[in-house]
Design a protein around this ligand. Structure first.
Ligand SMILES: [Zn+2]
Length: 321
């Protein structure tokens, strides 16, 4: 009964969720608006990409503005370039949306997560944090080691204005769980010595990371894949969870329920990597799956607030209670 009610009023919930509720307002705000103490602003950049700021430091996650280019060209590019094709970052799209960044955290090396980071680091001076593969992909663009912090998972680093716990993670179970034994060459580690321009096939996973970003009193869980290691999530208590949420999660047993319980049912749950790769007209199946994920959250964590992000529309979350 509860699920049916939730489903029936789901649209209404989305409409009012930006208003103050549960003591922790999340509201839209102009991108450049000043923030009050304790507020954070999250701006969805598409795919698993985010800009997160407390008004002082700007942290990007898996920026992939280039994803929007494929929808403005021919429809034959809906899946992006072929593996052998050159895959340059779309610098015009990036410039429209990214003017400043202090850090770029990368969950893994696939092109829909790591493609834009090298260019953005060179343009802004931002430091890239990620696995060795993320570093090697960025080195191909001339990013130097002074702008690279390589991690392996398990670190908990202090940066002054924020701290970052690096969480060992696993990739979505693509190819009907044959992810590690598929023949597509997307698993593995990118070597040193690559030189841009890179081909799509250069963007191999290189391992997978999630992050817990502590900033302005908030704890933000960052996921870039539709999978996780339950024991690594157990006991974390983020108030904001950016959950990898597209239908690839359905390969995983009780994906949403186990995650919500491990995390202590975060106050605000925001799906990530669930925007149909930038498709302005997502399929009926994709839209139905968004609804399904929302219902999974409502069932597993009924007191959590759910917010489906809109591209480039900042979300301001008030001070944590
Ligand atoms: Zn991937």
């Amino acid at each position: 009964m509860h699920r049916r009610l939730t489903s029936a009023i789901g649209g209404l919930l989305i409409a009012i969720v930006s208003m103050a509720a549960h003591g922790q307002p999340a509201k839209s705000a102009p991108a450049g608006a000043a923030l009050n103490t304790g507020e954070v602003r999250l701006t969805y950049l598409g795919n698993a990409g985010w800009e997160i700021t407390d008004g002082k430091k700007i942290i990007l996650v898996d920026p992939f503005l280039t994803q929007f280019a494929r929808w403005t060209n021919s429809a034959t590019q809906a899946d992006g370039p072929a593996p052998e094709a050159l895959y340059p970052a779309d610098t015009a799209l990036i410039s429209q949306h990214v003017t400043r960044a202090d850090y770029i955290v990368i969950t893994h090396g696939h092109s829909d997560h790591a493609l834009d980071a090298g260019y953005i680091s060179r343009k802004t001076g931002a430091t890239i944090i990620g696995h060795e593969t993320a570093a090697n992909l960025a080195r191909a663009y001339g990013v130097t080691d002074s702008s690279l912090i390589t991690v392996i998972g398990g670190e908990d680093y202090e940066f002054g204005d924020f701290s970052l716990r690096v969480i060992p993670n696993i990739h979505s179970a693509l190819d009907k769980k044959h992810y590690y034994n598929n023949t597509r060459g997307i698993v593995g580690t990118a070597p040193r010595g690559l030189k841009a321009p890179l081909r799509r096939k250069d963007y191999v996973e290189g391992g997978n990371l999630a992050y817990l970003l502590r900033i302005a009193g908030h704890e933000i869980l960052i996921m870039g894949s539709m999978n996780y290691i339950e024991r690594e999530m157990e006991g974390l208590r983020p108030d904001i969870a950016l959950v990898g949420a597209n239908s690839q999660r359905l390969e995983v047993h009780d994906f949403t329920g186990r995650l919500m319980r491990a995390l202590g049912k975060p106050a605000l749950v925001i799906p990530s990597h669930a925007d149909a790769y930038g498709d302005p007209k997502p399929s009926a199946a994709a839209l139905a799956d968004r609804k399904r994920f929302q219902q999974e959250v409502a069932t597993a964590a009924p007191s959590s607030r759910y917010l489906f992000p809109k591209w480039f529309e900042p979300i301001v979350v008030g001070a944590r209670k």
